[in-house]
Design a protein around this ligand. Sequence first.
Ligand code: RP5
Length: 163
Amino acid sequence: MQALVAVVMGSKSDWPTMEAAAEIMDKLQVPYHVEVVSAHRTPDKLMDFASTAADKGYKVIIGGAGGAAHLPGMIASKTRLPVLGVPVQSKALSGMDSLLSIVQMPKGIAVGTLAIGTAGAFNAGLLASQILATSDTQLAARIDAFRDEQTRSILDNPDPRED
Ligand code: RP5
């Protein structure tokens, strides 16, 4: 099946965070591709990936990186596809470095920045799915069902002392 979302990350060490994006897209049956592409260690691969991503049929790109996290911004500089950036929690600065590296894009090149860590990765997968759902009514119905299930699980279990 044609992958519609590309999930790229700066290092294999980002996968424990970025797999949260894959988790929600698996649940929503959104086809995706995952790959390590590093802005600093494989810059030529990064440029090739970003400049050919639209022709490959991707509709949204999720880029996760930590530290001096240039990956999402550099990808966005070479493609008009929407790019969602996930700041991976770094050891030295707990992801504040990643967040500030990704969020402060200069005017004219856009990156949609999510939260630091696994919540951000999960929401990136969810937001990518919501973008695709603007032109896919079946996916829209699956997202509505996911949200209803989430709401119901909270309403049905309001006692904070119980699991
Ligand atoms: C970034 O450097 C990666 O996105 C990763 O978050 C961080 C550390 O990478 P490793 O040294 O663990 O490969 O490029």
